[in-house]
Design a protein around this ligand. Structure first.
Ligand SMILES: Nc1ncnc2c1ncn2[C@@H]1O[C@H](COP(=O)(O)OP(=O)(O)OP(=O)(O)O)[C@@H](O)[C@H]1O
Ligand SMILES: [Mg+2]
Length: 269
């Protein structure tokens, strides 16, 4: 079967004091090629753990990940990761950062040079190819991170709060860029965010996770990502269904947070 299957994934961390944390329990989901999934949920519900398992950085204690028919056993260029910040090579210029993957794969500069230049054009960094990373703004750095990920031509792109450190205006522009890249490249994308609006805007599918143990709470299929491809994102947010969903999901997460706080108080009493 093509696509990404998350099959009954469980993750239990055993702690040095003898106790354990059930970070994920029986999480199952299938993504078809080209689907964009956003993931929301209270802090500690296992979002990063799930992404790390899909990336192959962590081996789950139960279940498996299958991509295009083969089981995932470790990191591979077929699954690219974009982190919140700070994962660029500070000592290399922009072009060298973006061409890192193809270089490591043993390809020749004459072969990948045009692709890398094209990617830098797509993310709007044509005039910054020779710049050092520290000379760039946070938004520009995240565009380099996106281009560097795409240069490996992964089947799946995994993003953990990729826009979380950006100011509101830059963030909105980057949301538009993510949608554009999604449509143009046809990649499968999983994007974790703490912003309900961002999850609604970017997720053609949206997963709300619940904590203790980390699991799928509710899944939505939404029209807003498609709307946002050809339209100003601010217009999309004015859609009546958008406001309705935002309130519904905010309420859902709020209730979960309340429950966690309540339990913490009980445990402390
Ligand atoms: N290496 C580890 N060892 C022990 N516990 C861990 C480890 N990694 C994660 N956990 C625990 O697993 C749970 C899920 O953590 P995770 O980082 O996946 O949450 P998250 O949903 O990404 O949270 P946030 O929104 O704050 O980023 C938490 O209770 C966390 O303390
Ligand atoms: Mg996290």
């Amino acid at each position: 079967m093509t696509g990404l299957s998350i099959e009954n994934i469980s993750m239990r961390f055993d702690l040095p004091n003898g106790s354990h944390v059930q970070a994920l329990k029986d999480v199952s989901l299938h993504l078809n090629p080209g689907e964009l999934l956003s993931v929301l949920g209270p802090s500690g519900c296992g979002k990063t753990t799930l992404l790390n398992i899909v990336a192959g950085f962590l081996a789950p204690t139960g279940g498996r990940i299958v991509l295009n028919g083969h089981a995932v056993r470790g990191p591979d260029a077929e699954r690219g990761m974009v982190f919140q910040q700070g994962a660029l090579f500070e000592w290399m210029n922009v072009r060298d950062n973006v061409s890192f993957g193809p270089r490591m794969a043993g390809r020749r500069a004459a072969d990948y040079g045009q692709e890398v230049d094209h990617l830098l054009d797509v993310v709007g960094l044509r005039d910054f190819k020779e710049k050092a990373i520290y000379e760039l703004s946070g938004g520009m750095q995240q565009r380099v991170a996106l281009a560097r990920c795409l240069a490996n031509d992964p089947d799946v792109i995994l993003m953990d709060e990729p826009l979380g450190a950006l100011d509101a205006l830059t963030r909105e522009k980057m949301q538009g860029l993510v949608l554009k890249l999604w449509k143009e490249t046809g990649k499968t994308i999983i994007l974790i965010t703490h912003s309900v609006e961002e999850a609604l805007l970017l997720g053609e599918r949206l997963l709300v996770m619940a904590p203790r143990p980390g699991r799928i709470h509710t899944e939505y299929r939404l029209p807003f990502a498609d709307m946002g491809v050809g339209q100003d994102l601010r217009e999309v947010k004015k859609h009546p269904e958008f406001g309705q969903r935002r309130e519904e999901i905010l309420g859902m997460i709020w209730d979960m947070e309340e429950e966690i706080m309540g339990r913490a108080e009980e445990a402390g009493a």
